[in-house]
Design a protein around this ligand. Sequence first.
Ligand SMILES: Nc1ncnc2c1ncn2[C@@H]1O[C@H](COP(=O)(O)OP(=O)(O)OP(=O)(O)O)[C@@H](O)[C@H]1O
Ligand SMILES: [Mg+2]
Length: 422
Amino acid sequence: MADQIRVLIVDDIPETRDHLTKLLGFESDIEVVGAASSGAQALQLAAELVPEVVLMDINMPDMDGIAATERLSAEVPDAAVVMMSVQGEADYLRRSMLAGAREFLVKPFSSDELTASIRQVYAREQEKQSRRAAAPVMVSSNGTGPAAPATDGGGDRDGQIIAIFSPKGGVGRTTIAVNMAIAAATELGKSVVLMDGSFQFGDVGVLMNLNPKNKSIADLVPELEAGEPESLDTFVINHSAGVRVLLAPPSPEMAELITPTAVKRVLDALRRQHDLVIVDCTSWFNETTLAILDAADTVLTILSLEITSIKNMRLFLEVADQLGYEHGKVKLVLNRADSSLGIRVSDVENSIGRKVDHTIVSDGRSVVYALNRGVPFFLSNREAEVSQDILRLAQAVAGDRVAAGSDDARKNTQKKSLFSFR
Ligand SMILES: Nc1ncnc2c1ncn2[C@@H]1O[C@H](COP(=O)(O)OP(=O)(O)OP(=O)(O)O)[C@@H](O)[C@H]1O
Ligand SMILES: [Mg+2]
């Protein structure tokens, strides 16, 4: 039947495969097209059978479900993965979502939960594909799409854009972006929107415990192509902490739909309707990250007491100079500044030839506890030193506006050098 959802089951236990096959056999709109007993077989069958949904067990010998999902996302991107796990821990969820899974089911689950998940991911996938087909101008990633019609949009503010960047991953960008956004909203009374600028592997949603089914920047971009909407309410999520959030696309391959031109348009729309736009950027340079850094009034560059972080920071500061960013635009934030790893703050400053502007203490307990509960530490542990550091940072930056100037022209002549390091 043409209308059936084609499902591939992947589980190393034969009884589970049989059980799931029988269970789904009762559903007239679902067809089990195959069953694989390993990650490797899953990749092979998925390429042959082109399923729409893959039910993937997380724990398998050889290639586990997360690794298989990562490969599947690249090799058969239209197959939506529903991960199945006996563990419901946030870390598993996070890793699965980062690998490209669309849903996460904790075993044992009911047949209703199972079929509802399959139908949901299928519906979302269909919607995504039709959106992609309807918006061909965005597919090029060179930023040469047509200019948006001039509108004066739904807001008249001139909010401040703060990019949280680092030339090395894993140094605390997302942690700082999320908690700083909450601090600025709750303590400084600002209207704040937090944009996940890590379009491929954004995890702002995971840290804030937001449902990945929510709308994302991928929904907003086509809307802005047609002119600025009166209100952004449909696209940004109101988090209970009083912050608004614009999520990254739900799956990595959609990142290519977000061109630099589109990013600029989004930032413009956000700044017109908020006091503060905080953007959690990726740690590598590409055209879209550059568009964010250019548009930003302030770039908070995060570094840690690690030699690689310091080396990359030195290179980044040189590049920022070449780009013509004013000195005050780039601020250095040393995260986990008190961790005793054999490098002192003064060593860092000597090495990069510049003072660190702000420091944030290391507090693994608060940070990890918050992460596992999906409640940012600024909310659950406001008195902690790490929260106070974040608040000081928010106060210093949000009250300290630096004009961005026109960096675009300078950028165009210097851009090449940006791609030469990571
Ligand atoms: N001040 C801190 N004290 C203790 N742990 C921290 C602190 N800041 C960040 N961490 C931990 O460091 C890890 C990396 O943080 P985070 O995900 O925010 O970094 P990132 O730069 O956004 O990484 P990615 O490159 O993956 O996007 C996380 O496990 C986080 O909990
Ligand atoms: Mg991050």
